[in-house]
Ligand binder design. Structure first.
Ligand code: SAM
Length: 251
């Protein structure tokens, strides 16, 4: 299958194997949350494997992702705390250049991650990498430039229902993509398809991969519910403090 036939589709299969069928330097941006190895139930695959095996898996897909990325591509990888301290080294070993650490703060507590008598997990980390030189961000996109995002995680009583155990909010994906240049967005672990939906609403092309056929169907259904060419609306974060005000106070 040529690249053109793969664009704007969800492909079912192993991320590394499917990426092998993509040409070199064919995608302009990657936004993804790979398996976290914390025992989540993804239906057909184990999310709890020995650490060495897990690191090897991450490094393999990072290498393939590097090959298929255009020179100057940006890659955002959302990781859990257990991956934070080694993931950068793994990515750099596969050619990626370190960019920045961004934080996703969740104002709504996640039931399964509550720890009685200790700090609750309300944050995930977004590791930004680059391939090659840093190019400017797209200034016609969203005006949010802070390195944190306060966005609720989908839950069953929201319009954006939680249908996947690790579903990203579409708003978060939109905020990441809005200022990121490039027309073809890849999510090699697309799950429910939130990254792909965000790309579509921003009039970018997208390509999703997931091992679980049920998630592929879920992503296709959710994408089909999005009108093809929504006008871009600047995203609204829950924090009311405008960036301008904060910068003035800084001086
Ligand atoms: C953290 S979840 C991603 C969730 C997604 N970002 C969303 O918003 O729904 C990781 C996903 O990776 C998928 N997965 C696990 N191993 C895989 C592999 N080898 N190749 C492709 N997908 C895989 C799982 O089925 C799961 O949907």
């Amino acid at each position: 299958m040529g690249l053109e036939a793969m664009v704007d589709t969800v492909l079912c299969g192993d991320a590394i194997e499917v990426m092998k069928s993509l040409p070199d330097e064919s995608v302009s941006c990657i936004v993804t949350s790979p398996p976290y190895n914390i025992g989540l139930d993804y239906g057909i695959c184990r999310d709890l494997i020995p650490h060495d095996e897990f690191v090897e898996f991450q490094e393999s897909w990072l290498g393939e992702a590097y090959r298929v990325s255009e020179d100057t591509a940006r890659m955002y990888v959302i990781v859990s705390e257990n991956m934070l301290f080694w993931f950068r080294n793994s990515a750099e070993a596969r050619g990626w250049r370190w960019g920045q650490l961004l934080s996703w703060c969740k104002p709504n507590p996640v039931q399964t991650r509550r720890i009685s008598g200790d700090w609750n997990y309300m944050t995930e980390y977004i590791l930004l990498f680059r391939k090659g030189k840093r190019t400017p961000m797209d200034s016609s996109g969203d005006s949010h430039t802070f390195n944190w995002f306060i966005v609720a995680t989908p839950q069953s009583n929201f319009t954006e229902k939680r249908e996947h155990p690790a579903q990203l909010p579409i708003l978060l994906c939109k905020m990441l993509l809005a200022r990121t240049p490039g027309g073809l967005v890849l999510d090699p672990f697309c799950g429910s398809g939130s990254v792909l939906i965000a790309a579509r609403t921003l009039r970018k092309h997208w390509l999703g991969i997931d091992l679980n056929p049920d998630y592929c169907e879920m992503a296709r259904r959710r994408i089909a519910e999005v009108p093809e060419a929504l006008p871009f609306e600047p995203t609204k974060n829950v924090d009311p403090v405008s960036q301008e005000t904060m910068l003035e106070e800084d001086e």
